[in-house]
Design a protein around this ligand. Structure first.
Ligand SMILES: CC(C)(COP(=O)(O)OP(=O)(O)OC[C@H]1O[C@@H](n2cnc3c(N)ncnc32)[C@H](O)[C@@H]1OP(=O)(O)O)[C@@H](O)C(=O)NCCC(=O)NCCS
Length: 172
């Protein structure tokens, strides 16, 4: 597998992103029910291609394949929060995991946010998602708050962890 190439998403990615999102769903990171057919379009008025970056990898003897995506959006439309971007989705196919795809997406997201003038990049991650938390910590995100037992699935309470990265003190 080649090193991931990161590019902005386009409307043509709808089908591939729907499949990626569907097949990577897990209770480890999702707070919504598992998607069931018929699957709605990936993009809609609240989920626009401009807020997504996708990772493609080359596999010997085959066409490049989409391996993952990240969503970097404004947390609110308010002018008072225009300096903040938030990671609102990150997923990598199981077959592509452990090879730096998510790290490349996260770094590209930070550059993307900084290029839009953002000073802060924030996210929320479930307390039990150790893989994602380890990734974020290794990229410099710090825990700014924890909402204890914010979710409950199958009788198990799960913390919601709020993390952030300052975009003003790194050159990235
Ligand atoms: C979390 C996820 C995005 C990681 O994707 P990935 O491409 O495998 O991650 P990378 O290969 O870039 O790994 C980067 C770092 O993440 C951490 N990490 C990744 N997988 C890990 C695992 N299974 N256990 C512990 N740490 C892990 C490590 O710190 C790793 O660095 P290292 O390889 O130097 O040890 C992927 O497992 C996934 O799609 N999970 C389901 C969706 C999800 O949880 N999204 C996050 C929502 S907040």
């Amino acid at each position: 597998m080649s090193a991931p190439q990161i590019r902005p998403a386009t409307l043509q990615d709808d089908e591939a992103l729907t499949e990626l999102d569907r097949s990577t769903w897990s209770p480890l990171h999702a707070v919504t029910p598992e998607p069931q057919p018929p699957f709605p379009p990936f993009f809609d008025s609240g989920h626009v291609p401009e807020d997504y970056l996708v990772a493609e990898v080359g596999i010997e003897g085959a066409e490049d394949r989409m391996a993952g995506y990240i969503r970097v959006a404004r947390p609110s439309p308010h002018a008072t929060q225009a300096h903040v971007r938030q990671i609102q989705g990150l997923a990598v196919y199981e077959w592509a995991r452990g090879r730096g795809v998510a790290r490349a997406l996260l770094r590209a997201a930070a550059v993307h946010a900084r290029n839009q003038g953002a000073r802060r990049l924030t996210l929320r991650v479930l307390g039990h998602n150790t893989a994602a938390r380890s990734l974020y910590e290794s990229e410099g995100f710090a825990v700014e708050g924890i909402m204890p037992e914010e979710f409950c699935r199958d009788g198990q309470y799960i913390d919601d962890v709020f993390m952030a990265l300052s975009l003003t003190d790194r050159t990235g």
